[in-house]
Design a protein around this ligand. Sequence first.
Ligand code: GLU
Length: 480
Amino acid sequence: MSDPNAPSFEPSFRESVDIMFNRAVALMDLPPGLEEKIRVCNATYTVRFGVRLRGKIETFTGYRSVHSEHMEPVKGGIRFSLGVNQNEVEALAALMSYKCALVETPFGGSKGGLCIDPRAWDDDEMEKITRRFAYELIKRDLINPSQNVPAPDMGTGEREMAWIADQYKRMNTTDINGAACVTGKPINAGGIQGRVEATGRGVQYALQEFFRHPEDIKAAGLSGTLDGKRIVVQGLGNVGYHAAKFLSEEDGSIITGIIERDGALTEAGGLDVEAVHKWIAKNGGIKDYPGATYVKDGAKVLELDCDILIPAALEGVINMGNAANVKAPLIIEAANGPVTAGADEFLREKGCVIIPDMYANAGGVTVSYFEWVKNLSHIRFGRMQRRQEEARHELIVGELQRLSEHLGDQWSMTPNFKQKYLRGAGELELVRSGLDDTMRTAYQAMREVWHSRDDVHDLRTAAYLVSIGRIASSYKAKGL
Ligand code: GLU
């Protein structure tokens, strides 16, 4: 049955998010007006500032948009890209609200962006620009540990977050919780183990959870496990690289295609993700990488016959222009908004299962939440318990050893058990465990709605229903 909310034109990213939102709220019974309250962006601040560079004043435009303050602080990355504009930042801020609600991180949604090509400026210049942008946001409390906590996004990383944290501390010298004003910082500046890999790791955990449910695997027309599945990854940035690396090295999946800015590589037997990543770092692109077929028109590889497609770069890459040619029966949206609402409608009708962005890439904000908690508690996770846990394990292992000596060789412990069991969990193990638990729980909340309601036919609508329901409850609890 055709969807009355389906677009007959190619919607913008912002429109796509609203169309998907509208499709979900049409199935809900919200109090009058609350739907509109949740959909709109509360505020978007635009700043134009000048920085003296190379002998002249350069003017930059930046944004910080706050979508929903049903919980504070609000949370979301800062993107550095020439494509940044108000509509994009607002769409991304809205997705942050839904994402945080879905994975139960206690934040509202926000997003920021600066119109800049970060590769056009050297390190010192980037530091000057980033600090100046941060200054503009800090002085308006748009960066603040209890109100608005940015993080990395496209074009930014640990380096920029360290500058922002330092800028905040310079302007708030007595704020003991200053480090919590931004997440995604390097370890030596208050960061947390496992934040850099977190979004890619979350994609891996999401797929692992999907493959624990035979009914869902069947819905995608697939069978078996992740082992041997042919995967095409679009974008080998932080998210795509880690997802592809973990899936191929730990789950036995085969990366048959990698799409990058300057074209794509295909290899039916599987690409070595680490080697391709090193090649890009050294040569600036994938062209001439030995041992794989190079395809100049990279976008064509989105249409390659494969089991799983992972768009991990920009929004809108799967659209009404190419959706009909996409063959993957399962798409996991590692990027924000990679499938337009038009393409989504087409692919759904075709039976393709899409694991939606607000869930699939929530690993980043989940580990950001752990980092924020770490900064507020001023102590590394595991510091108090680790050795005590090891001492208790030591007791058990000692007892088992005594028993097996008494009972004979056939009762001895299996090799490696002792060594593995004795090791108490450090920060990285705890972060991964918390992330895995989050990804499993959120998936189960989505699939429960997907399978229990006759009027819900896809995971994206289910995800919106769960998160809008949670946001609505917190508005209601506030008396709105
Ligand atoms: N920029 C990431 C996202 O889109 C991370 C946000 C965060 O950690 O706050 O989810």
